[in-house]
Each structure stands twice: as structure tokens, then as C-alpha cells.
Write a protein that binds this ligand. Structure first.
Ligand SMILES: [Zn+2]
Length: 106
């Protein structure tokens, strides 16, 4: 069991409830027609590869844990590869990863 630090309990609680709220909004957004239309396009926002809609996941460009909001401007469909990479890479490495896709795709 990880021990929770008791530093700044107030700030921690505030962020925690904020995160829960944004995740709930994201769940609602996932049910929306807007999101279903985005999925239907079947394209990963990051690498631009066509991906079957059922393999696309909702990704927050700015993660909720970093203060990102569940708004239409901050959630994008991402393929499994990009989603996994984004979770595992440091922010700087993630930027490098994205640069690979800057070149226009044929
Ligand atoms: Zn991708």
C-alpha cells in the first residue's frame, strides 16, 4: 500500500475532487454524438493513422492530472500505440514522439 503524504491535505483534496469531476465529464462526453462522430472518422489525432473506431480511446491532450479539462478542445481520439506512448513517455519524450508525425503522410 502506498503511503499517502499528509502535506497540504487541503490542496490535495481539492485537486482530487477536481480530477474526479473532470473524469465524470469525460465519461458523459464519451456518450455524446459529438464524440461518436469523431470516432466514426477512425483517425488517431496524434499519428494520423486510420484506426478502427473501437480501438480508439479518448485522450486528454493536457492530462486531467495536470489540470486539463474534459472539453471538446482537450479530448481527442488516440490509437492504442499513441495512448500507451503518451502514458509511458516523459513530456519531453512525448514531444519527440510527435515530431515523427510532423512530416506529411503519403
Ligand atoms: Zn496514434
Amino acid at each position: 500500500m502506498p503511503k499517502k503524504r499528509k502535506l497540504q491535505p487541503y490542496a490535495f483534496d481539492l485537486a482530487d475532487s477536481e480530477i474526479r469531476r473532470e473524469r465524470q465529464i469525460a465519461r458523459d462526453l464519451r456518450e455524446s454524438q459529438w464524440w461518436k462522430r469523431r470516432l466514426a472518422k477512425g483517425v488517431c489525432h496524434y499519428c494520423g493513422r486510420s484506426t478502427p473506431p473501437k480501438e480508439l480511446t479518448m485522450d486528454h491532450i493536457v492530462p486531467v492530472s495536470r489540470g486539463g479539462k474534459s472539453t471538446k478542445g482537450n479530448v481527442v481520439p488516440a490509437c492504442k500505440d499513441c495512448n500507451t506512448a503518451k502514458k509511458q513517455l516523459l513530456p519531453m519524450e512525448w514531444q519527440q514522439y510527435l515530431k515523427r508525425f510532423d512530416q506529411p503522410l503519403d
